[in-house]
Design a protein around this ligand. Structure first.
Ligand SMILES: O=C([O-])CC(=O)C(=O)O
Ligand SMILES: [Mg+2]
Length: 561
C-alpha cells in the first residue's frame, strides 16, 4: 500500500474547495487552512475522514429511494472524491448497487433529469472536427484508464443516448473503489452520435445531441477519429469499450485491439467472470468443465463471447474442439442457432449447432425452443444474456433438473428487472440444488431453513483487477491469456468451491483483495506473453503497491503556478 505523500498545489481558497480531487472539506488542518486561505470558508472544527464518512453515511441512510441515494453519492464524488471512495470502501455492500448496477441503469434513463455537474468528456458528432483539441485541452495529463460508451446498449435498457454516460462514470468508480486506481487517472467518455430513443428525443430536458444516430461508414469514421485522437494524447492508456450495440461491439474490438491497449468489457469481461464462475461451479458440482453441456439464451456479442471462451477452456481441459463445440447450444429469439439458418452474424458462425448432430431430437418445428433444447440436450449449465426477464421458467428449470442433479443456472441480464429468473424461484424449483449466479445483486435466499448466498457474476470482479494489472505491469495489450488467468484467479477465490460455505463468488467486500490477486496474475502473464516489460517479482509487487491508491488525504504544501 502506498504511503501518504505530500502534495504540492498552487490552488487555494474557494478554488481548492471546488476541486473534487483536491478538496478535503473539514479535514483541512489548521496549518493548511492558514497556508491556503481557507479560514472562514469552513466551519471551525477539523475532522478526520472517518468522522466525515460517518456523517455522509448517516445522510446516505436518510434517503429512502435508490435513485436519490445515487444522486447523493454522485454529489459527494463531484465535491470530495477521497471522501466518496472512503465511504464506498467502508460500506461496499450497500453503496456498490447504488453507484453501479442496478441503480446506475435508472440513473442513465433519468440522466438529463438528475444531472448536476459535468464529469468526464462529452464528444458529440457535431464537434467531431475538434476531438484533438478537446482531448488536448483536458486539464489532466496523466490519464491511464478510459471507459467509453456511445450509449446505444446500456445494460439491458437499450439506447439511452447521452444518458449512457452514467455507465463509464460508474465503471470507473469501481476501478478506484475495487481496483485501487487513482481517480485522477481515470476518464469517462461519452461519444454522442445521437439517439434513436424517441422518448429521449422528445424530452425537452434531454441534454444530448437531438438527432437520430449516425451509423455505418460515418459512424466508423467518427470512431476512427476518436481512437486516433486518444492514441495521440494518451498513447499508453487502457481503453475499455462499454455498452456498445451488438452490431458494433465485436467490429470495434477487432478494429482497434491491435491499435491500442483496449478490451470490450461486455464481451471479454463478462466472458471472463462467467468462465471463472463456471469453473468454481463445476468444482462444487463435482464435474469437469469439459463435460458441461451449456445452453445460452441470448446469442449476441456478449453471449457469443462467453461461449467462445468456455469452448476454449473446455479444450484446455481435455475436450476435442468438436466435443466442445457439440456441448454448446446458442438460442436467440428464433430458437436454437443451427447451421442451416440464414443471416447468421459473423461471431455466431462458429457456434451454431449442426442439423445433422440433432437429427434424432424430438422437436415440433424447425425453430427449436429453449424448452425443447433442454429436453433433448440435457444441459448442465443455463446462461441467460437475453435482456428478457422471466424466460427461465419453472417448466424449463424443472426439466433441466430432471437430468442434472446440480444444475448451474446464471440469469446474467442486467439490471435486476431484466434477470431471466429470480433466485428464490430457482432454489424452490430445484429443491435447493441449483448453483446460481446472477448479473445484478440479489439478496440471499432462505428456503426450508437453509441460507443460500447468490453470487453476483458481474464483470466488476474482473475489470478493476485487470486494469490494475495492466497499469502496474505497463502492459501494452490485453491478451486472451491475461483474461483466462483473471478467470482462474477468481475461481480460486470462490468460497463455496474452496470452503464449501458461502456463495460461488466472494462477497463484494472482498472484491478489493480479489482484484489485487487478479492484478498480480494478469501482470505476470502480460510479461510472459511479451506485452509488458520484464520485471522481477519484487519490482512487480512494488509497482502494484505504488499504483494502488488509498482513499486517505495527503498533506498539502503550497506550490507556485
Ligand atoms: O454493467 C454491468 O453491471 C455489467 C455489464 O457490463 C452490462 O450488463 O452491460
Ligand atoms: Mg456493460
Amino acid at each position: 500500500m502506498s504511503r501518504k505523500e505530500t502534495l504540492y498545489t498552487p490552488y487555494n481558497g474557494a478554488v481548492l474547495l471546488e476541486n473534487p480531487l483536491l478538496n478535503k472539506g473539514l479535514a483541512f488542518t489548521e496549518e493548511e487552512r492558514l497556508a491556503f486561505n481557507l479560514h472562514g470558508l469552513l466551519p471551525h472544527n477539523v475532522e478526520s475522514i472517518e468522522e466525515q464518512t460517518d456523517r455522509a453515511w448517516k445522510q446516505f441512510c436518510h434517503f429512502k429511494k435508490d435513485i436519490s441515494r445515487h444522486v447523493y453519492l454522485r454529489n459527494i464524488q463531484d465535491t470530495n472524491e477521497t471522501l466518496f471512495y472512503n465511504l464506498l470502501r467502508t460500506h461496499m455492500q450497500e453503496t456498490l448497487p447504488i453507484i453501479y448496477t442496478p441503480t446506475v441503469g435508472e440513473a442513465c434513463e433519468h440522466f438529463s433529469e438528475i444531472y448536476r455537474r459535468a464529469r468526464g468528456l462529452f464528444i458529440s458528432w457535431p464537434n467531431r472536427h475538434h476531438i484533438d483539441e478537446m482531448l488536448q485541452s483536458f486539464s489532466r495529463n496523466d490519464i491511464r484508464v478510459i471507459v467509453v460508451t456511445d450509449g446505444e446498449r446500456i445494460l439491458g435498457l437499450g439506447d439511452q443516448g447521452v444518458g449512457g454516460m452514467g455507465i463509464p462514470i460508474g465503471k470507473l468508480s469501481l476501478y478506484t473503489a475495487c481496483g485501487g486506481i487513482h481517480p485522477a487517472s481515470t476518464l469517462p467518455i461519452m461519444l454522442d452520435v445521437g439517439t434513436n430513443n424517441t422518448q429521449h428525443l422528445e424530452d425537452p430536458l434531454y441534454m444530448g445531441w437531438r438527432h437520430p444516430r449516425i451509423s455505418d461508414d460515418e459512424y466508423l469514421e467518427f470512431m476512427d477519429m476518436f481512437i486516433e485522437a486518444v492514441k495521440t494524447r494518451w498513447p499508453d492508456v487502457l481503453l475499455q469499450f462499454e455498452d456498445f450495440a451488438q452490431k458494433n461491439a465485436t467490429k470495434l474490438l477487432n478494429r482497434y485491439r491491435n491499435e491500442l491497449c483496449c478490451f470490450n468489457d461486455d464481451i471479454q469481461g463478462t466472458a471472463a467472470v462467467t468462465s471463472g464462475t463456471l469453473m468454481a461451479a463445476s468444482q462444487v458440482a463435482g464435474t469437469r468443465l469439459r463435460d458441461q453441456r451449456v445452453v445460452f439464451l441470448g446469442s449476441g456479442s456478449a453471449g457469443c463471447g462467453i461461449a467462445d471462451k468456455i469452448m476454449a477452456l473446455m479444450v484446455a481441459d481435455g475436450a476435442t474442439p468438436e466435443q466442445a463445440r457439440n456441448n454448446i447450444f446458442m438460442i436467440d429469439r428464433f430458437g436454437l442457432l443451427t447451421d442451416d439458418m440464414p443471416n447468421l452474424l459473423d461471431f455466431q458462425q462458429n457456434l451454431v449447432t449442426s442439423r445433422a448432430s440433432i437429427a434424432h431430437w424430438k422437436v415440433e418445428s424447425s425453430n427449436i425452443s429453449l424448452l425443447e433444447v433442454v429436453r433433448n440436450a440435457h444441459p448442465t449449465v443455463l446462461i441467460g444474456v437475453s435482456g428478457q426477464p422471466g424466460l427461465f421458467s419453472e417448466e424449463v428449470v424443472k426439466e433441466m433438473h430432471r437430468h442434472c442433479p446440480r444444475p448451474i443456472i446464471m440469469p446474467l441480464s442486467n439490471p435486476t428487472s431484466r434477470a431471466e429468473a429470480q433466485p428464490k424461484d430457482l432454489i424452490e424449483w430445484t429443491q435447493g440444488a441449483a448453483l446460481i449466479a446472477t448479473g445484478s445483486p440479489f439478496a440471499p435466499v432462505f428456503w426450508q431453513d437453509e441460507h443460500y448466498e447468490i453470487a453476483q457474476c458481474n464483470n466488476a470482479y474482473i475489470f478493476p483487477g485487470l486494469g490494475l494489472g495492466v497499469l502496474a505491469s505497463k502492459a501494452r495489450r490485453v491478451t486472451e491469456a491475461m483474461l483466462v488467468t483473471a478467470s482462474k484467479t477468481l475461481a480460486a477465490h470462490s468460497p463455496l468451491a474452496t470452503t464449501e460455505k458461502g456463495g460461488l463468488l466472494p462477497p463484494v467486500e472482498m472484491i478489493e483483495s480479489v482484484s489485487r490477486a487478479i492484478a498480480l496474475e494478469v501482470a505476470r502473464v502480460a510479461q510472459q506473453e511479451g506485452v509488458a516489460p520484464a520485471m522481477s517479482e519484487d519490482a512487480l509487487q512494488q509497482s502494484l503497491d505504488k499504483t494502488w491508491w488509498n482513499a486517505t488525504y495527503s498533506a498539502y504544501k503550497r506550490a507556485s503556478f
